[in-house]
Design a protein around this ligand. Sequence first.
Ligand code: NDP
Length: 252
Amino acid sequence: MSVQSFNLFVYVWAILGLLLIPVLLKIRAPYGRFSTSNWGLMINNRLGWILMESPALLVFVIFFLAGNNINNLTCIFIFSLWVLHYSQRVFIFPFRIRTKGKKMPVLVMCMAILYNLVNGFINGWFLGSVSGFYKVSDLQSWNFIAGTILFLSGMFINLQSDNILRNLRSEGETGYKIPYGGLFRYISSPNYFGEILEWTGFVLVAWNLPALAFLIWTVANLLPRAITYHQWYRQIFSNYPRKRKALIPYIL
Ligand code: NDP
């Protein structure tokens, strides 16, 4: 594939992500608390998570390793950040969630597989085959250092918040409670906030179009969902903390 047609594909993909935001503000993706059998065949929630997140890791790794940049230290560093995140998401997260008896629509899983296939491909291929222009000295540049700090801080916030949510349930429980602690003090979805920080950091580090397209899609998925969750919490719990925002402390 020529770099020109690849770039065109990524531009179109990023624009599709932007167009998705108003759609997802209207239609709540039917998994988790909004899961419904109205979307057809259902699959075990844990299995669904493993199957839908795996392509983001597998495809990214395969396309990176198939490229010419596997000896480029800077590319390996960027590669490691992605692998770090997705190893956690595929091999640890699904096994820790308390999701006994819960299901998600197969259709949702398939859409997520497509999403992860595309993002894994555009980022893995670009990093492995196109971005040989990175120099070792880039590792000391401001955007690498700031981006890495942002990525790791976002990952910490994401893991801490997912951990707080997990501990709200004891083994076998499936209901919902008000989360407290960590950044839940300020916002309803700090796990999403952390995830968005991570991929913003990744954009700063990688400084390329596929990374930006993935950030756009991440925001497109998580911003509407965080707003919906916030409204849902306020509706369900009369004692929900009034000052808490949806996604960005003090702002939104
Ligand atoms: P949620 O916050 O909806 O749920 C995370 C886990 O906590 C689920 O097991 C959920 O159970 C449980 N949970 C949530 N709220 C409560 C509560 N109030 N009381 C008890 N248990 C609760 O996150 P998602 O499932 O949407 O996402 C999981 C991870 O994946 C996150 O880290 C997120 O950032 C990431 N993600 C990334 C995307 C991207 O585009 N990059 C897209 C989507 C997710 P249940 O499932 O039963 O509701």
